[in-house]
Design a protein around this ligand. Structure first.
Ligand code: SAH
Length: 216
């Protein structure tokens, strides 16, 4: 569990690269600069931790590319103390970014092995989140409404239950598409009944799996 000067230097370079690629939200870059990404990855990939690439994390899943994490988080525009729901805990990297932006983080994972591993690991970095083992399609109704919701797996549609769990004025960022690519979609709840939907480019995600309630 070491975070050396070399790791910090590589991380600084990665932040410069992300800013060159268009990430301008300082709170996102500051949070990512604090997180030892190399500790989230299998030892075999440790030397690649500060490249702007996705990598395998076990159970057939990946830790998202840093640019994708930064882009999605920037689009979510997170403010301190907001209640944020993440679907797809995975390695916990995205949850850590939200935590270091001072959000109140709730995160759901459907794979038991990853859920357990991340629930044990993140507190060792000082990241305290509400870790839930369950199905992201259902959200987390007993903690709703959320200021922000971020889905970190490719959803075939915008899950209806998640839309309902967004507070009026809240935002959800969800990659939508069940083919090879997903369209980064921003859903803003403008009133009880109305949502503003905008699209923000194509990305690659592992699929959002299990019970598929009909979405809109
Ligand atoms: N946010 C993660 C990304 C992991 S990849 C990180 O920073 O590392 C996406 C994750 O979504 C996988 O771990 C996968 O198991 C999970 N997932 C897929 N479908 C899900 C669902 N229906 N509910 C909750 N998690 C899901």
């Amino acid at each position: 569990m070491k975070d050396t000067f070399r790791h910090k230097g590589l991380r600084k370079q990665l932040m410069d690269e992300l800013s060159d690629k268009g990430i301008s939200d300082i709170s996102v870059l500051n949070a990512m600069a604090k997180i030892p990404r190399h500790l989230f990855m299998d030892n075999a990939f440790i030397n690649f931790a500060y490249q702007d690439k996705a990598f395998p994390i076990g159970a057939g899943q990946t830790i998202s590319q840093p640019y994708t994490v930064a882009f999605q988080t920037q689009l979510l525009s997170v403010n301190p103390y907001e209640k944020v729901l993440e679907i797809g805990t995975g390695s916990g990297y995205q949850a850590a970014v939200l935590f270091f932006m001072d959000a109140d983080v709730h995160t759901i994972e459907r794979q038991k092995e990853l859920f357990q591993k991340t629930k044990d690991f993140l507190p060792k970095l000082g990241c305290h989140c509400n870790f839930i083992f369950g199905d992201g399609y259902k959200g987390l109704s007993n903690f709703a409404p959320f200021d922000k919701i971020i889905v970190t797996c490719g959803a075939p549609f915008v899950p209806q239950e998640l839309k309902k769990q967004l507070r009026v004025g809240g935002k959800m960022v969800v990659p939508v598409g069940d083919g090879d690519v997903q369209v980064m979609t921003l859903v803003e709840r403008v009133s009880d009944e109305n949502y503003n939907i905008t699209e923000h480019g194509e990305f690659l995600f592992v699929p959002m799996l299990s019970d598929r309630e009909r979405g809109v």
